[in-house]
Design a protein around this ligand. Structure first.
Ligand SMILES: Cc1cc2nc3c(=O)[nH]c(=O)nc-3n(C[C@H](O)[C@H](O)[C@H](O)COP(=O)(O)OP(=O)(O)OC[C@H]3O[C@@H](n4cnc5c(N)ncnc54)[C@H](O)[C@@H]3O)c2cc1C
Length: 485
């Protein structure tokens, strides 16, 4: 398999050709302007692309991709750059294709409950556009006010409501993708009304490919009816063990809440300081539990949940009294990462999965890790899915802290795998978790994945050096000149 192992050089002639395709105002190549694109929300590794292009049509994307194919240049598709695992890193440089100027909602088909959007459309815009009609787009990553549908497709994003409603693949019907040679292909259900296409589910195979199969340009999503009623409550616990047991007990009792999200004491304090919701500062853990569905029977379910919380020594269970209060609670949860700035200049977000029943043990392990590495690790996570997000606090100006943060992350993810879980729940592999692939998969599994990738991208030019063991890292490359004369 071919892989560029030297820094990419883009000639001035190619930059001129890119300008001719998308317009000069949609091409960025000055080192200072490129700084915005040196990393995603995984800020430990950084590398500048040579050029960033911001196309406005699928035709322009295809022309850019064809030009890159002619010149054997790596292409890196990018949405909003909120990835937390370095999936958007231009490891050897290359041409970054950013979809943020293709962000329109093209069509809403209320009759068939579908929306056709451009790949750069921000996730939350879809629900905002249809909520007056009682509909919504279900996958709701906590980054939904910034991240794009193209990025969601590429990482198969989940969110707090994944527990009941599933992830991106369960809500995307089809999409248009520019292949690495520039060909434009529609995968899955077409927007012109055609139902499921026959044959292999290539749509399903592409979702979660981390931008390594092509550039997604338009997406057909399904809209679902908003529940008749919500019951959203906040359980306050003395410690994370009691809160974790509550999560397992609720599922074991046969209920599937819309969401079950946990915040430990450190993050609760930071969130309260930032957003003033009224979280108890002395609570060991706060559990947000949301029930939704038909109004009939929801009160009884809520009573049963409260009973289970109390059995697990909840100090208090507070019910959101108004829709406004419910929205405020969710805003705090979804902006929790944003409150970390109060605690530390930098943080490394981990994204492991453990069986729900192992949550108490995992939380104890994270506390031990925090002590071992001398770094604080607050936790805010999708407890219902067993999808943990320890936030390892460090200061990037201190190399020793960076080293310890990485080690703590490795210890935690290794333990997730040992406990029968996974090193990623929703943030993907990117460059961050490459080392875990060989732990989670056999050589045969990895070969099969590589074979699939080669079918879409035989030259390995589309978002190279991600996911597979043996990939190069930024540190392997010396700084280089961005544009050759
Ligand atoms: C505060 C915060 C909270 C988060 N919460 C969640 C959460 O709850 N659930 C969750 O799943 N994730 C979460 N994330 C991670 C991240 O937001 C998601 O992975 C999201 O889907 C990335 O979308 P993006 O538009 O930012 O994509 P980017 O970060 O730009 O790209 C991500 C990947 O998608 C590829 N890509 C982007 N656009 C395209 C395209 N048009 N065609 C092909 N490939 C493309 C890129 O090459 C890259 O591999 C969170 C991140 C932050 C910072």
């Amino acid at each position: 398999m071919m892989h560029a192992t030297v820094p990419t050089v883009v000639s001035a002639e190619v930059v001129d050709a890119l300008c001719a395709i998308v317009g000069k105002e949609n091409v960025i190549y000055g080192d200072e302007e490129l700084l915005v694109y040196e990393c995603d929300a995984y800020t430990i590794e950084k590398q500048l692309p040579n050029v960033v292009v911001l196309p406005q049509t699928t035709g322009q994307v295809a022309a850019v991709v064809k030009l890159c194919a002619q010149h054997q240049l790596p292409i890196i598709p990018r949405g909003a750059g909120t990835s937390l695992s370095g999936t958007v890193l231009a490891v050897t440089g290359g041409v970054m294709i950013t979809l943020s100027r293709m962000a329109k909602i093209l069509e809403i088909d209320y009759r068939n409950r579908r929306a056709l959007v451009e790949a750069g459309c921000v996730n939350a815009w879809i629900t905002n556009a249809v909520k007056a009609q009682g509909l919504f787009y279900a996958p709701d990553p906590s980054s939904q006010s910034a991240c794009t549908i193209g990025g969601n497709v590429a990482t198969n994003s989940g969110g707090p409501h994944t527990l009941k409603l599933g992830v991106t693949t369960n809500h995307v019907l089809g999409f248009e993708m520019v292949m690495p040679d520039g060909e434009i292909i529609w995968f899955g259900t077409r927007p012109d009304g055609g139902e499921e296409v026959d044959g292999y589910d290539l749509r399903g195979a592409i979702i979660g490919c981390e931008g390594m199969f092509g550039v997604v340009t338009r997406v057909l999503v399904q809209l679902i009816r908003a529940p008749q009623m919500y019951k959203t409550m906040m359980g306050v616990f003395e410690n994370v063990d009691d809160a974790s047991r509550t999560v397992s007990d609720i599922i074991a009792a046969g209920m599937v809440p819309g969401a079950m999200e946990m915040m430990d004491q450190l993050i609760t304090q930071a969130v309260e300081a930032a957003y003033h919701f009224g979280f108890p500062l002395d609570a060991g853990a706060v559990l947000i539990i949301e029930l939704d569905g038909l109004a009939a029977g929801l009160d009884q379910q809520a009573e049963r949940v409260i009973e289970i919380c109390k059995k697990n020594k909840a100090r208090e269970v507070r019910m959101a009294k108004t829709d406004q209060e419910r929205m405020e609670l969710w805003k705090c949860r979804k902006r929790a990462f944003g409150a970390i700035g109060r605690l530390s200049p930098n943080f490394l977000t981990q994204d492991g999965v453990v069986p729900r029943s192992k949550l108490p043990e995992m939380m104890r392990f994270i506390r031990a890790c925090s002590e071992k590495h001398g770094l604080r690790i607050p936790n805010v996570f999708h407890a219902g899915d067993g999808n943990i997000h320890p936030l390892i606090l460090y200061d990037e100006r201190e190399p020793d802290q960076v080293r310890r943060a990485l080690e703590a992350g490795h210890d935690i993810l290794n333990m997730c795998i040992e406990m029968g879980g996974s090193a990623t729940g929703e943030h993907g592999i990117g460059v961050e978790k490459i080392d875990f692939m060989a732990k989670q998969f056999t050589k045969e599994d990895l070969d099969a994945m590589r074979t699939l990738r080669r079918i879409f991208d035989p030259e390995n030019r589309c978002n190279p050096h991600k996911m597979f063991p043996g990939s190069k890292r930024c540190a392997d490359f010396a700084p280089r000149k961005q544009i050759a004369a």
